[in-house]
Design a protein around this ligand. Structure first.
Ligand code: C2E
Ligand code: CA
Ligand code: CA
Ligand code: CA
Length: 269
């Protein structure tokens, strides 16, 4: 269990990044990474529809390290290719396990780094796991942030098309926080949007946040896109989102990220 949480410099001071790179190497070698799964809940039915997979790093030496620290570092160092490979493999093995334990209709959302999208055989990797584990490809969703979509749009489109032909959905993560959210919706074929937590935070007490959320949801509906609201922490937020016609919610109110086994205990009937 987590003992302490180390905080690394946000602007990536050299020594911190070097240190973190070494910690990631050790963690890859000694299997200090693990996966957590956070439930996605249908607003209409209140039922579990799936999970988002979230990477964790528990270093015996340094304690619990946040993905907000180790993912950007691993992206910069290139370690994300090996780490990302491990994450996809583990998450799909766990998805199979959840399905076998009775959660047969669930989906799994995987966070994908830009580096992984452009510099790894991510399509081949996922499809080979789909075949060896005999998973329905339609159960898999990929979450990408805007920054992933800035460089090399042609290649990205091709990769997206390949996935979508197999029934794997492409979702835009942290929607609304970047510079180009709307233009990306024109440029790429996107299946759904995750409204960033920063908008949900203020939905019940900030008029602008409420207006933005309702506009994003209305726009998504018109464009035929699905919507997930992330970071839902209160009944009031849930109630407002439900009134606005949001499809799916995720957040501490509905369930925190948890281990595979804990989730099986909670969700398997
Ligand atoms: P994200 O993809 O936006 O993931 C949602 C984050 O919000 C998670 O933080 C989750 O634990 C947190 N969260 C969920 N509900 C609530 C809530 O109600 N309140 C609050 N305060 N927080 C909530 P986490 O797990 O620390 O991950 C941080 C970020 O690290 C992720 O943001 C994602 O960008 C990145 N990340 C995590 N796992 C992976 C991974 O496997 N691959 C990649 N490429 N990135 C990952
Ligand atoms: Ca995400
Ligand atoms: Ca997000
Ligand atoms: Ca985020």
């Amino acid at each position: 269990m987590p003992t302490k949480q180390i905080v690394f410099c946000e602007n990536g001071e050299d020594t911190d990044w070097d240190r973190l790179t070494k910690i990631i190497n050790l963690a890859l070698k000694h299997k200090h990474f693990s996966m957590a799964y956070q439930p996605l809940i249908s607003v209409n039915t209140g039922k579990l529809i799936g999970f988002e997979s979230l990477a964790r790093c528990q270093s015996p030496q340094f304690g619990l390290i946040s993905p907000a620290d180790f993912i950007p570092c691993a992206e910069q160092s290139g370690q994300i290719l090996e780490l990302g490979h491990w994450i996809i493999h583990q998450a799909l093995v766990d998805l199979k396990c959840m399905m076998n334990q009775g959660l047969s209709d669930i989906c799994l959302s995987l966070n994908i780094s830009p580096v992984q999208l452009l510099h790894s055989d991510i399509f081949e990797l996922i499809m080979s796991l789909v075949h060896t584990l005999s998973l329905p490809a339609t159960a898999i969703k990929l979450e990408l942030t805007e920054t992933a979509l800035i460089n090399n749009p042609q290649k990205i489109s091709n990769v997206f098309n390949a996935f979508q032909r197999e029934g794997i959905q492409i979702w835009l993560d942290d929607f609304g926080t970047g510079f180009a959210s709307l233009s990306l919706l024109r440029k790429f074929n996107i299946d759904g949007l995750k409204i960033d937590r920063s908008f949900i935070d203020g939905i019940n007490n900030n008029n602008d946040d409420f207006t933005l959320c309702s506009a994003i949801i209305a726009m998504a509906q018109r464009l035929g896109l699905q919507i997930i609201a992330e970071g839902v922490e209160t009944e009031t937020q849930l109630h407002i989102l439900s009134q606005l016609g949001c499809d799916v919610v995720q957040g501490y109110l509905l369930g925190k990220p948890n281990t595979l086994n804990n989730n099986l205990e909670i969700w398997v009937p």
